[in-house]
Ligand binder design. Structure first.
Ligand code: ADP
Length: 481
């Protein structure tokens, strides 16, 4: 069986900040049925999950990081919490923190370049001394984007030179851009004449480096790749020139982990698959949410889960809530997320302004997220761009109708009910456009017969990993030809 190593910064349940964590926690488990053995390596964080696991030390060593010796330990997970071979790298002083990316002020860690380079170097130091080489190295996003270059152009890693690398882009907006003279000394020695490959617009650009050096590049939905090729601001010409190796593979969901009949985060489970049982499941979970947030009943309940970042359009939803109330539209909202401090304040203000129709929690809360997927009638995703989006897939799995903008993966997975689809598409991405979509949702909510039919339809849709895992397996095998 061919072996692929996933190098990344998240993997559920060890560490998750968003969709990438979900993908790396699921895809590797679906690859063996397509003839690929998958192993994952991530940095070792100092969180509750890591604290509760048992690891065995595989290798300890040091490397030069600038003018300092950096020590590292490769550890293999012994406990059975993850269903595929899982390794982490302990890098004292760099990753032994609770948060994956963000410092207390809500911004990225100031030593991000150093962290990223150290992790990537440690991965290669480990691969160098492994008896068996992996057949393919699969890197994810800019955090691991220099690896395809290191593999090819660092004399020290010559033994690894012929291993093909694959880059998956989970979010092309983040690029790992570093200032040359601040970072050059941290890089492992590379053949100087090729150094320019890491450059884009006079800076080290980790994502651009991987785009140039990887054997193949994919985004996590087909439409997102087309969007990047059409317009990635400064990187557009690079996507254009690398277009022949670019493709889109839609993310799946882990149907075992996200199962309304046994989700351990829920108090009320689905007890069968008939319409009646689905209705009971939705009703009891909705009652739970209404009670938790003290909201008035008998109105459509619209959920939002996600980072308060420009990408996700939480600001648009908040404006739409205000506007909708002005227009005397009857609906409840539940918001779960955190990020932009101004938006966090606005959400709290909304809950005070409309205490019986807006509930919110400013947090990252896996349990509440599941309760929202299960208990809402609708889940809104007014994203300005969306590489894939998993929320709409989880929502559908839990019988919740998506209301989504038509970008990236949302375009690929949410078709409007007026076109025989399964969701409400936001035609104009403005707060008024959202109000129109909410009006449509409210109308649909009144028509219980159609609503129940729709719940039945979305709950039967297959977004499992099987198809996409097969596409990745095909990609790996063709890189070996
Ligand atoms: P992202 O761009 O953030 O990666 P995705 O839609 O790909 O967006 O994946 C989001 C994942 O993160 C989903 O599993 C979603 O449930 C989860 N998530 C996002 N925000 C929160 C939150 N505040 N609390 C709990 N889970 C969250």
């Amino acid at each position: 069986m061919k072996e692929v190593l996933h190098v990344c910064s998240e993997c559920y349940p060890a560490a998750k900040a968003g969709g990438m964590g979900d993908v790396l926690g699921a895809l590797p488990a679906y690859l063996p049925e397509h003839g690929i053995k998958a192993t994952v390596v991530i940095p070792k964080y100092k969180n509750k999950w890591f604290g509760a696991q048992v690891f065995t030390n595989i290798k300890t060593g040091t490397f030069l990081l600038g003018d300092q010796e950096q020590s590292f330990t490769i550890q293999k997970l012994v406990s059975k919490d993850i269903a595929f071979p899982f390794y982490c790298i302990d890098l004292p002083g760099l990753f032994d923190r609770d948060s994956i990316y963000l410092a207390e002020d809500g911004h990225g860690y100031k030593d991000e370049p150093k962290r990223n380079i150290a992790f990537q170097t440690a991965v290669l130091e480990w691969l160098l001394v492994r008896y068996e080489l992996f057949d393919v190295v699969h890197v994810h996003d800019h955090m691991t984007g220099l690896i395809p270059f290191f593999l090819k152009f660092c004399p020290r890693y010559k033994r690894l030179q012929s291993i093909p690398s694959i880059l998956s882009i989970h979010n092309g907006a983040y690029r790992g851009v570093f200032v040359w003279n601040e970072v050059k000394s941290l890089l492992p020695d590379y053949a100087e004449e090729y150094g320019g490959i890491m450059d884009w617009d006079g800076e080290i650009n980790s994502l651009a480096t991987a785009l140039k050096c990887a054997w193949a590049v994919n985004t996590v939905s087909p439409s997102y790749m087309l969007e990047l090729i059409k317009d990635s601001d400064t990187l557009t010409p690079l996507y254009e020139s690398e277009v022949t190796k670019c493709s889109g593979i839609l993310n799946g969901i882990d149907a075992e982990l996200w199962d309304p009949s046994k989700d351990e985060f829920l108090d009320h489970h689905l007890e069968g698959s008939s319409r009646k049982e689905w209705l009971k499941f939705k009703e009891s979970n909705k009652a739970f949410l209404l009670n938790k947030f003290k909201l008035k009943g008998d109105r459509p309940l619209i959920g939002f889960i996600g980072r308060f970042a420009n990408q996700k359009g939480a600001d648009l939803f908040m404006e739409a809530i205000e506007e909708g109330h002005k227009q005397k539209l009857n609906f409840n909202s539940v918001i779960l997320g955190s990020g932009d401090k101004e938006l966090e304040k606005q959400v709290v203000k909304l809950t005070k302004e409309y205490p019986d129709s807006v509930g919110a929690e400013i947090a990252y809360n896996e349990k509440l997220a599941r309760q929202i997927y299960a208990g809402c009638d609708f889940l809104i995703m007014p994203s300005r761009f969306e590489p894939c989006g998993l929320n709409q897939l989880y929502a559908m799995r839990y019988g919740t109708i998506p209301i989504a903008s038509k970008v990236g993966g949302l375009k690929d997975t949410v078709i409007d009910i007026d076109r025989n689809g399964q969701g409400i598409v936001i035609e104009t991405l403005t707060s008024l456009g959202l109000v129109t979509a909410i009006e449509r949702a409210a109308e649909l909510f009144e028509n219980k017969k159609i609503l129940s039919k729709l719940i039945s339809k979305i709950s039967q849709m297959d977004y499992s990993w099987s198809n996409s895992a097969k596409d990745y397996a095909t990609l790996y095998l063709s890189s070996l030809k």
